[in-house]
Structure formats: C-alpha cells, structure tokens
Write a protein that binds this ligand. Structure first.
Ligand code: SF4
Length: 524
C-alpha cells in the first residue's frame, strides 16, 4: 500500500517488490479531504502526484490497483477500499510505510485486524533521523531544544563542518536573517510553476464533481506533481533564490507570496524528493558559486534541523499530543480564516494567499495567522486543524507540532490537565510563546501602510487588534509566564501598566473577541 505522501520509488515498501507476486494498492478517498475540509489545491496536488506516480510504477512493469476518486465502486474510505482490495486480491499480508498521521495508522491497523490480514508497517527512511536516533537524543535531555538537536545533526551528518567545528565559526546566523524590504519592496525572481497537464486537469475535474464543497481557489495551481518537476524546482531555487533566502526569510510584502522561499515543502512532504537531495543541491551550488553563509546555513537548518526535529517530536510525544491545551484557551476560529473577509490588511493578505495558493511562507504562518489565533485565545486544535486543512504541504506530523507546539505554545500539560498517561510538564517545542504585537508586522511588511487600523494604538475602535490582543494575552497569562526567563523583559512592561490601562485593555479585548465570534476565553 502506498499512501499519498509516500511517493518515493525507493521507499522501504517498494524496494523489494516482486512484480510477479505483489500488487501495489493506491487509493483516492474523499474521507481524507473531508476529515478536515482540505483546500482544493491540497487535494489536487496529492491526487495528481499519486496518479503520476502510479503511472510511473505501471511503466516499470508493476501491477497497480488504483482507486480513483470518481470510480463508481469507490467507498471513499481507506477501510472500505482496503476491504474491497482484500476481497478481490486475497493477499497474504498488507505492507505499508509508517503513515505520517497517528489516526491513519490506527485506522489501517483496525481495518487489517478486522479483515484478518497481517499488517506490516515499515520504517520511513525518507527522513535523515531514524526514530531510535531521535529517541536517544530525547532521553538524554531534560527538555527538547531544536538548536541542540540541530548541532548534533550537523555533526552526525557532517554538514557544514570543518575539522569538528561549524563552518564560519558559528552554528546559526539567524541574527543576519531579519531584513525587511524597505520602501521599494522586493525584487525577487519569478518562481518556477508548472502548467497543469492532462492528468492534473483530470484530477481537477474529479475533485470538482466529487468534492465541490472544498475551500480555496484552484486557478493558480502550479505545484510540482512529479519527481522530475520537483528536481527542477530544487534547481530553480538553489540557482536563483537561495542567495537571498537568508536575509529576507522573515520579510513579507503585499501581493508577493513566494519571495525568496523555495516551495520545496510540498514535494518534500509528498516524498517526491528527499531532504538529502535538497542539502546536497545547496552544497553543490555553494561549491560551484559561493552562497552567503547565512543563507546556506539557514536553508540547511530548516531541512536537517527543524523539519527532522518536528517529526521527532510528533512521534516521540505520541497520539495524545493533539489534545494538549497548556494555555487553556477555548475560543472559536473567526470566520475570516475561511473567506479572508476582514478589515485587517495583514490577515486579509495572508488568508488571501492561502485561499489562492494553499501556501504562505513561514512568517505569515507563524507571526500573522497563528499569532493572531494565539493572542486572541483561539483553541489550539481549531487553528491546528485549519493549518492541516488549508496548506498544500500539510501532513499531520509536520502541521501539529508546528502549530500546536511552536505557534500556540499549547504542548505542555498543566497539573490540572495531567492524567496517568500524560503527566504534567512544560511546553515541548517552544521555550517561549511566539506572541507579537502589530509592531512586528509593521517592521517586516508593508501591510500596516494600507490598513484601516492604526498600528500605533493599543485600544479604541481604530486600534490595531494585534496590539489589543497582545497586551491582553500577556495580562491574562501573567502568572504563567512570570517564571519564564525568556519573558522577563516583556513581563516587566506588563508590570508597569497602570490599573486603568489593564482594565481598558481587558475590556477592549473582550469586546473585540465578541465582535469576531471568538467568544469567551479560558472556558469562562
Ligand atoms: Fe495588521 Fe494591525 Fe498592521 Fe492592520 S495595523 S495590518 S491589523 S498589524
């Protein structure tokens, strides 16, 4: 069995396949696009890449049982399709690569048990860090910190190392990677996008018929859907955008979705290309024509550090991770996350990019879309599910720790929330919440220049809502953050607020939450 995010011809499932004996099972099922209401581009990129991949397997002489979304007999669930396949093929066993989502693993195991067929789950060797290596790293420390994991990866994989020391004398050059574009805006080269071919157009037609309710817009679709296209994207990035990737990594600009970012998270998460190939391509480019170290190191860190760390956390923390709510927030997700209809320019722009492309780069995700949910008191699982639904590169292993952990600071367990299976502990992914006021957005983009709200104001009808919610967030979590060393300076500012200021902020935030349909926080 090959799932939609396992499209690697050299995977542990396909490596020893016997064309005379084995059948490859691939299934397009509507339930996977409805489990969270998956963006139409996310659905199309998965299914189109699957159809192209199946065609390549058939061309190699393998037998493929491929269930298309619009097949009349399709039961539209993994369980139903597994049952039909077992009935027709009578297999001795089902072999699958470890799914990137606990829910899918449980569903497949239960289906196989119910059908009385053994399920063999093989390790996913796409990643650079075997599960045992991450477990050894995690068990040797009191808390998990990406930077330490990353340093170990650099040494273990011998990437950007020189006689046992990091190249350039430092592990991390992020301080050099915080440029904004200034008044003139960016001059980033156009990114390589791919015209939908007949197979992709066929998928679009099937999705239109079977899943007409999906959110998002399809018109701009241009994702790589084959390994050849993914490799072209990789070359395009290392040749044309890698040099400026570092300094402008965090910058945002109206009407500019891609900037110097790579678009590689989509083909990487579908496994059309490997992390090793990405790092090797960047290093080869550096050998041919030197890349500024802050850009090269920044890219390498994303691939061998952050991506592998996040996956390690997902499996290390296990299925109960998704239930955590360390800050005890219970608000609803405002409706503008689904339609972009808001007067807040930054959110209108970033949600608009998501609706148009199923993508924004990491700073709109972290510092606009998730930041607003964090400081306004949205329930962490509601915003995590939105990220899982709306991004073309979303798979549970990557989306959940990034959103619930990194962005929402929700992956700790309070004493009140603790159970036998989940003892109390502090947040895992982030050592402090990534909460920011409008000031950060104003510094890193041109959004505030075209907004109905005033980024200088904290309260009042025309005050920037990020400011109101930012201060309210700090006030309502004052006791929780006071022991956090990384929050000392920020919390001193909260202590300096006068009593009337505190009341004004709290009342303004409450009104704003009601207006936006977020509702009460803290379940009160
Ligand atoms: Fe966003 Fe506030 Fe700036 Fe408007 S003023 S764009 S709401 S940060």
């Amino acid at each position: 069995m090959v799932l939609g995010d396992q499209l690697d011809p050299a995977s542990a499932v396909l490596r020893d396949i016997d064309a005379a004996r084995d059948v490859v099972l691939m299934m397009e099922v509507a339930a996977e696009s409805r489990h969270v209401p998956s963006h139409v581009q996310r659905t199309v990129v998965f299914l189109s890449a699957m159809r192209h991949f199946a065609g390549e397997l058939v061309a190699k002489g393998l037998r493929v049982r491929y269930v298309s979304l619009a097949d009349a007999a399709n039961t539209q669930t993994f369980e139903g399709e597994l049952s039909r396949a077992v009935r027709d093929l009578k297999p001795e066993a089902i072999v699958v690569l470890e799914p990137g989502e606990h829910r899918v693993r449980v569903a497949l195991q239960e289906a196989a048990d119910g059908l009385g067929v053994p399920l063999e789950v093989r390790a996913d060797e796409h990643f650079l860090t075997p599960r045992e290596v991450f477990a050894a790293h995690a068990s040797s420390r009191k808390s998990l910190i990406m930077e330490f994991f990353y340093r170990e990866q650099r040494k273990r994989l011998d990437v950007l190392m020189e006689r046992g020391k990091p190249v350039g004398g430092d592990w991390n050059f992020d301080k050099e990677n915080r440029e904004s574009f200034g008044r003139d805006g960016p001059h980033a080269p156009a990114v390589l996008r791919f015209e939908p071919d007949a197979i992709t157009c066929g998928v679009m037609e099937d999705v239109r018929r079977v899943l007409p309710e999906l959110p998002g817009r399809i018109e701009s679709f241009g994702w790589a859907v084959t390994r050849a296209q993914a490799l072209e994207s990789l070359q395009d990035f290392v040749e044309h955008r890698l040099d400026d990737f570092g300094p402008y990594e965090d910058a945002m600009w109206t009407g500019q979705t891609w900037l110097y970012h790579s678009q590689l998270s989509v083909p990487l998460n579908l496994k059309l290309i490997s992390p090793r190939e990405c790092v090797e391509a960047a290093l080869a480019r550096h050998a041919r024509r030197p890349v500024p170290l802050a850009s090269l190191e920044g890219f390498v860190r994303q691939i061998i550090g952050w991506r592998e760390f996040i996956r390690g956390v997902y499996f290390h923390e296990g299925p109960s991770y998704e239930t955590r709510n360390y800050l005890e927030e219970h608000g609803m997700l405002p409706s503008f996350y689904w339609d972009g209809k808001t007067e807040m320019k930054c959110l209108r722009e970033c949600v608009g990019q998501v609706l148009d492309h199923a993508y924004t780069h990491h700073i709109p995700r972290l510092m606009v879309l998730a930041n607003f949910a964090l400081i306004s008191g949205v329930h962490p699982k509601k915003i995590s599910d939105w990220f899982l639904a709306m991004f073309a590169d979303a798979v549970d292993w990557v989306t959940l720790p990034n959103t619930l952990g990194m962005a929402m600071h929700a992956d700790g367990v309070t004493a009140e929330q603790a159970t036998k299976k989940q003892p109390s502990k502090g947040p895992v992914v982030g050592t402090k919440p990534y909460a920011a006021s409008g000031k950060y957005i104003s510094r890193m983009s041109n959004y505030c220049r075209h907004c109905a709200f005033d980024v200088e104001k904290r309260t009042g009808d025309d005050a920037c809502p990020f400011n109101t919610f930012y201060w309210d967030f700090l006030i309502r979590n004052k006791d929780r953050f006071k022991g956090n060393q990384r929050m000392v300076m920020v919390m001193k500012n909260v202590e300096r607020l006068s009593r009337p200021d505190v009341v004004e902020i709290t009342v303004s935030a409450k009104k704003l939450r009601e207006k936006l349909g977020i509702g009460a926080i803290g379940g009160t």
